[in-house]
Design a protein around this ligand. Structure first.
Ligand code: ZN
Ligand code: ZN
Length: 175
């Protein structure tokens, strides 16, 4: 039984508060994912059960690590994501297209939330995370981290917006 598996029989009719922790392996995070966890995230749930239907209000909180898109260093990512799901017993013939984002199916015994939590967390990771707003990144010439040391290779920034400027500067220099 995984950390994110909820036993339906353990839920009373009415309101059930529930909390557990999920680590990187519970969320099947691999080196291909943009997020790593060195500490587990806390999941708190309030599940209202009416027969086999579960109205789930949840929140997943903690701190993950993402690689800075400029310098590659680990940067902390604060995670605090409220979510709401409806749990239903999987019908024998479940039309695929009925399964919406906030609808999760259980098999009458247990509801596995691992995959759903994985998606909630991963979509919250920004496209180009930064360790800090003013991160200088790596020198395109010698690869030094320009936040830590200044570069001596004399390489100009690779950003194409600078090319026009440096052409102009070069031309001035020749005069
Ligand atoms: Zn950075
Ligand atoms: Zn350099």
């Amino acid at each position: 039984m995984s950390a994110s598996e909820i036993r339906i029989a353990s839920l009373a009719e009415g309101v059930n508060p529930l909390a557990f922790e999920v680590g990187g392996s519970d969320l099947r995070l691999s080196a291909d994912d943009e997020l790593t966890l060195d500490r587990p995230l806390t999941v708190s749930l309030e599940i209202v059960r009416v027969e086999e239907t579960l109205d789930i209000r949840g929140r997943i909180q903690g701190t993950g690590l993402v690689a800075c898109s400029r310098c590659g260093m680990d940067a902390p990512l604060e995670i605090d994501l409220p979510f709401r799901l409806i749990g239903q017993e999987r019908p024998e013939t479940a039309p695929e297209d009925v399964e919406s984002e906030d609808l999760v199916y259980h098999d009458g015994d247990s509801l596995e939330l691992g995959e759903t939590l994985r998606e909630i967390v991963l979509v919250s990771v920004p496209m180009a995370p930064l360790c800090k707003e003013a991160c200088k990144g790596l020198c395109p010439g010698c690869g030094v981290d320009l936040n830590l040391e200044s570069c001596t290779c004399g390489e100009r920034p690779a950003d194409p917006r600078w090319n026009k400027l440096s052409e102009l500067l070069d031309r001035d220099g020749e005069r």
